[in-house]
Ligand binder design. Structure first.
Ligand code: ATP
Ligand code: MG
Length: 442
């Protein structure tokens, strides 16, 4: 991508409304624009990051055996009357009427709708286990939307729903998602902590929130500090291995497990003060086993191996991609801007032409840019007619992991500089060596 043809909407001034660093940087780097309270346009730079986040989520959902579909944002109130949640949900739900005066709503979540899809097609235990997910916009009329897309009213959610014949199957489905979530966040350069969560009036013991540590987070976490060094399940994880996934779950929910309150953890007194971690964090995912709450109310049953009808056991599993993007920024930035982990960077590299219009600089940059494009590197070429200082500031702000800097003096001797955005380290290389370096990983 040539910057001269891109739509990059950098802000020079610090936006007054931004209270936390990720919100400030997302506005300054031109990633999002607020359209009305808690409702955002994702501008091209932000959209690139969001797409990469979604791609990782999708890959890991698929790897774990979940199957993607797409449900609508607008739902009929009838489904929610069936489950009993239409009246219970309260003011967070945006209720609307169509021209026939039929009550509709903008979905805040999809348990009812997926249960309806399930009961329309699945009649036998032989079609289980089943896990269906989508990545779709949700609307919740949050009482206090804030921090940009971190807590917005319209937001994207990956929501998955599992269906099993019995509790045992549903627990395995839960463990599958548990492992998939650890992998998902780790691939984004994040260490997410699964924290035992309140299951509320539904009861049961199986609910975890996945928390990313950040001082600006709204959640409080307590755990043993070693917990932060646990291994992430590998790419070869067998998601059909019941015992193997159980072992992963047990390890992460052992006596070191994270909780939201000190007194929640029975064994917490056992952790010496110096080894205790207490921190703030951002909830980026939430998984839940809720048994037959919706399947019972909505008649989602299958015929079991015994020939009898069984109400299916369900779980739901959410991740908020539009919250994850600012959470990644909270975890990875400095005073000059964003530092993207490569896997979610809007561009993996930026080529900075320090003197656009200079024949030798233009030729060197075009050569590097072309070679990187050919090798499949997601590269941005700053070909604009601007002073070098402004280009450096932009490159640091938008946070591409690697910068290739070409100036007249270096180019005259066939050399460019490579700067690592994270460490700030610079290295002078020949143009060929720079190309090799940047294309070798791809
Ligand atoms: P919170 O406690 O932060 O309001 P929640 O418990 O209501 O979250 P869930 O219903 O479990 O959230 O939704 C699943 C995921 O969707 C959350 O983990 C979060 O990543 C995301 N999410 C929820 N509400 C919002 C919001 N208002 N803005 C952005 N993302 C959200
Ligand atoms: Mg909420």
């Amino acid at each position: 991508m040539r910057l001269s043809r891109f739509f990059l909407t950098i802000l020079k001034e610090n936006p007054k409304e931004a209270e936390i660093v990720s919100h400030r940087l997302m506005l300054r780097a031109g990633m999002v624009k607020q359209q009305s309270q808690g409702i955002y346009t994702w501008l091209p730079l932000g959209k690139r990051v969001l797409d990469k986040v979604n791609a990782i989520i999708r890959e890991e959902q698929n790897r774990s055996g979940a199957v993607e579909l797409l449900m609508p944002t607008l739902q009929s109130a009838e489904l929610w009357q069936e489950s009993g949640r239409y009246d219970a949900y309260g003011k967070e739900m945006l209720r609307i009427k169509d021209r026939q005066e039929r009550p509709m709503l903008y979905g805040p979540t999809n348990e009812e709708m997926i249960t309806d899809v399930f009961r329309s097609f699945v009649k036998s235990y032989k079609d289980l286990p089943l896990n269906l997910y989508h990545i779709q916009l949700k609307f919740r009329d949050e009482i206090r939307p804030r921090f940009g897309t971190m807590r917005s009213r319209e937001f994207l959610m990956k929501d998955a729903y599992s269906f099993d014949l019995n509790r045992e199957g549903a627990v395995h489905a839960y463990n599958r998602m548990f492992a998939a979530y650890l992998r998902t966040f780790s691939r984004m350069g994040l260490r997410a902590i699964p924290m035992r969560a309140d299951t509320g009036p539904i009861g049961g013991d199986l609910s975890h929130e996945f928390i990313i540590l950040a001082d600006t987070g709204e959640s409080e976490v307590f755990c043993h500090k070693d917990f932060l060094n646990f291994d992430i399940p590998g790419v070869d994880t067998n998601f059909d291995d019941v015992a193997g996934l159980r072992a992963i779950f047990d390890k992460w929910t052992s006596r070191y497990a994270a909780t939201s309150e000190m007194h929640d953890a029975p064994a917490f007194e056992a952790i010496p003060e110096g080894e205790r971690l207490s921190a703030r964090g951002i909830e980026v995912g939430h998984i839940f086993y809720f048994g037959t709450k919706y399947s019972e109310a909505m008649g989602a049953k299958v015929q079991g191996p015994d020939g009898k009808e069984h109400t299916v056991h369900m779980g739901s599993y959410g991740i908020g991609p539009t919250r994850l993007v600012p959470a990644i920024i909270e975890a990875s930035h400095d005073e000059n801007g964003i530092i993207w982990p490569k896997a979610v960077a809007p561009f993996e590299a930026i080529v900075i032409n320090m003197k656009s219009g200079d024949e030798a600089c233009d030729a060197a940059c075009e050569k590097i840019y072309g070679a990187l494009l050919n090798a499949g590197v997601d590269v941005l070429y700053d070909d604009k007619d601007e002073r070098a200082g402004a280009k450096f500031a932009t490159a640091d702000l938008i946070g591409a992991p690697v910068q290739v800097i070409a100036g007249p003096r270096g180019v005259a001797s066939g050399e460019v500089e490579i700067k690592d955005r994270k460490t700030g380290e610079r290295e002078t290389l020949t143009i060929e060596a720079a190309i090799n370096r940047l294309t070798s990983g791809n």
